[in-house]
Ligand binder design. Structure first.
Ligand SMILES: CC(C)(COP(=O)(O)OP(=O)(O)OC[C@H]1O[C@@H](n2cnc3c(N)ncnc32)[C@H](O)[C@@H]1OP(=O)(O)O)[C@@H](O)C(=O)NCCC(=O)NCCS
Length: 164
């Protein structure tokens, strides 16, 4: 599947996308709030294969798309249900640090969240992040998520601000 925004194309992952993801998931700025060591190339190859596999599932439950700018993969965002008949999903978004600060995460997230509410007919989208992850917290708040507890957010339909 593909979603178009003003500046971005969101599309399903292909196995060959892994080097672009590996390049940014290895960076200290990206890893700061995950408390993890950099992944190996095999870890990221398997991760991208998993996302590609999710796109082939019927019925599909997880929509974790590549964010592309001018054809290059710069991150990923998605809504992920636990089962096909669920009316709630988890939202997540990440960008290569070189692309932070331009509103790309917000633009991509608005598109996938609108898709979740309007096309998947979700009633609730939730998100978790470290409360110390200022950029992620700002992003969730800008998107209209409500803080339930430190690091836990939800948006419900209708009534979510900032959705296109
Ligand atoms: C969380 C993350 C995606 C946020 O990225 P981001 O670039 O800061 O977020 P946005 O796309 O919303 O950009 C907002 C910034 O762009 C600026 N901006 C510039 N042009 C803009 C535009 N056209 N529209 C909106 N914002 C714009 C905003 O002013 C804001 O700047 P600020 O950071 O100085 O306040 C990024 O930090 C990341 O990938 N982190 C690692 C992974 C992670 O923690 N993910 C969260 C788990 S859910």
């Amino acid at each position: 599947m593909e979603l178009l925004t003003e500046r971005l194309v969101l599309r399903d992952f292909l196995p060959g996308d892994w080097p672009a993801v590996f390049a940014y998931q290895s960076l200290p700025a990206y890893l700061e709030h995950y408390g993890q060591l950099p992944p190996s190339s095999d870890d990221v190859r398997l991760f991208v294969e998993m996302l590609h596999g999710w796109a082939q599932e019927v019925p599909r439950t997880k929509y974790q798309l590549a964010i592309t700018l001018g054809g290059a993969v710069i991150g990923t965002c998605g809504v992920r249900k636990d089962a096909p008949d669920r009316l709630d999903a988890e939202w997540g978004c990440e960008l290569a640090p070189a692309y932070w600060g331009h509103g790309y995460a917000r633009e991509a997230s608005q598109a996938i969240i609108t898709f979740g509410f309007e096309t998947l007919r979700l009633q609730r989208i939730w998100a978790q992040t470290s409360p110390a992850n200022d950029r992620a917290v700002r992003l969730a708040e800008q998107l209209g998520f409500r803080r339930l507890s430190p690091g836990l957010y939800e948006a419900t339909y209708p009534g979510t601000r900032g959705m296109t």
